[in-house]
Design a protein around this ligand. Structure first.
Ligand SMILES: Cc1cc2ncn([C@H]3O[C@H](COP(=O)(O)O)[C@@H](O)[C@H]3O)c2cc1C
Ligand SMILES: O=C(O)c1cccnc1
Length: 353
């Protein structure tokens, strides 16, 4: 375990999330009504700008500089044949992130977003450029026993918090991203437990397993829940039982980012599972969550419903890495830029009488 000395107590869960600034929101709504367009004509872009103004407590909401934090770790449950790909893909993709060859690399490059790559527990060599919070070489197989210890879950959350303060403190918006073969299994288990849904209703095809394998995946998750007996009212126990190191890390990223009045863009199904855990730890965190795409994974909608979010766009995406968040940054940037750069009717000398 590295990088998290002294942070394995529950003090790490004590985050103060400031209330949204209602005056900043009102000022933003007023400004929108005076910009050179019919009121409401920019639709959701108007509410996005007002939401970000209320989060950042400012009259000049901005997403820049923006960062996507992509956390990677392996999952012992891959031994149960729950993914279409082998575990070794996790480490290989981390190398690909570092070389700029992954989808998230391209999409971050296209939208002027810094992509921070973190090793939370990859079972394999990773390039030295990666931020090192390696807990251990992947979780244990949750079908046979808890994925991790409570101490490891807390250490991973602590690591996520420190990534924000040490690697992304300047960011005015942070997107969640992840890489970890097998992590849709873990995310489905978390989602079933925290949204009170049947496992079968929130378990999908992940990287592309067939229907028969999906049925096995449901059985594996049900077995894991039976074996590890997570307490659904204790979010850390849920992570300990059926979580992943990258998911726990993203819980910490979410909590820390929200505590800084900085918006968090939730990505797909795995990031959504992390957001559910963060919201179970500190419900106020939902004030700082912004949606990105609607994932193809069937449990994503249940997550968004539980978090009170409506997806921003539906392009049939099901990748993760932070790709949806990276695309969404351009939408939120557009909303903020229109809000801050447009003229009011008075400034433009436009008379509507
Ligand atoms: C080449 C490749 C790149 C990826 N990038 C993200 N994922 C996505 O797929 C994995 C989850 O799906 P499952 O639970 O079915 O294994 C995660 O790593 C997720 O980020 C990828 C998967 C693959 C194969
Ligand atoms: O929704 C996602 O984020 C997702 C779905 C399938 C595989 N990996 C990620």
């Amino acid at each position: 375990m590295s990088g998290t000395p002294g942070h394995t107590t529950t003090a790490i869960l004590d985050v103060t999330i400031p209330p949204l600034d209602s005056e900043a929101r009102e000022a933003a709504v007023d400004r929108q009504a005076n910009l050179t367009k019919p009121p409401g004509s920019l639709g959701r872009l108007e509410t996005m700008a007002a939401d970000i103004a209320a989060m950042q407590s400012t009259t000049e909401p901005t997403v820049d500089p923006a960062a996507v934090v992509t956390m990677a770790a392996d999952h012992g449950v891959t031994a149960e044949g729950v993914s279409a790909y082998p575990q070794s893909i996790t480490a290989a993709m981390v190398a690909n992130f570092c070389e700029g060859g992954a989808a998230v690399s391209a999409l971050c490059g296209a939208a002027d977003i810094r992509n921070v790559i973190v090793d939370m527990g990859v079972a394999g060599e990773v390039p030295p450029a990666v931020v090192d919070h390696h807990i251990t070489d992947g979780t244990a197989n949750m079908a046979a026993g808890p994925a991790m210890s409570r101490e490891q879950a807390l250490a991973a959350i602590a690591a996520g918090r420190s990534v924000v303060s040490e690697q992304a403190a300047e960011a005015n918006l942070i997107g969640l991203g992840e890489m970890g073969i097998g992590n849709t299994t873990s995310s489905a288990a978390i989602t079933a437990l925290l949204t009170d849904n049947e496992v079968a209703a929130v378990t999908g095809h992940g990287t592309g397993i067939d229907e028969e394998t999906r049925a096995q995946k449901v059985d594996v998750i049900e077995q894991a829940i039976e074996t590890t007996t997570p307490d659904p009212t204790d979010p850390v126990d849920v992570v300990r039982s059926v979580g992943g190191f990258e998911i726990a890390g993203l819980v910490g990223v979410t909590l820390e980012t929200a505590s800084r009045r900085t918006p968090v863009v939730v990505d797909g199904f795995i990031a959504g599972a992390a957001a559910l855990v963060a919201a179970a730890i500190e419900p106020r965190v939902v004030d700082y969550l912004l949606p990105s795409h609607a994932s193809v994974e069937p449990g994503h909608e249940a997550q968004l419903d539980a978090l009170g979010l409506e997806s921003c766009f539906d392009y049939g995406m099901r990748l993760g890495e932070g790709t949806g968040a990276a695309v969404a940054v351009s939408v939120y940037r557009a909303a903020c830029t229109a809000h801050t750069e447009m003229s009011t009717f008075a400034e433009a000398g436009l008379d509507t009488e």
